[in-house]
Design a protein around this ligand. Sequence first.
Ligand SMILES: [Zn+2]
Length: 146
Amino acid sequence: MVVYDLICEKNHRFEGWFPSFESYQEQAAQDQISCPTCGTTDVEKLPHACAVHLKKEAANPQAVAEKRPSQTVSEADVKEFFVRLHHYVRENFEDVGPQFAGEARKIFRGEAEQRPIHGSSTPQEREELDEDGIPYVVLPKPELDS
Ligand SMILES: [Zn+2]
């Protein structure tokens, strides 16, 4: 999953979630990304820390050649990504706490309302979800600065 800050031609800013950078590019090329405020598909990606970083290097081909791709994303970038991810989940997903596995199963079976949820689960519960083919994602806990 990647998150991008997007901005439309009328300067409405919003967040876009994509499975990968490639799928963002594909959707952007086909005008499939629209502004939630005004509906325009004239949408651009705002440069964030990571993108700015890469752009600077692209302007200097030698630097790119010397650096391995894995080094272009710093630990801070990764940390920021997870903090943002958790923020997004907290804002947009219903917290079902330790009932997560049970709720996920109910939603999967159509016994509960389709909605994004987050919560906690035990390794045993996750194994059962795996066995039943119920999709879920395990997020690492962000290390919040104290
Ligand atoms: Zn707009």
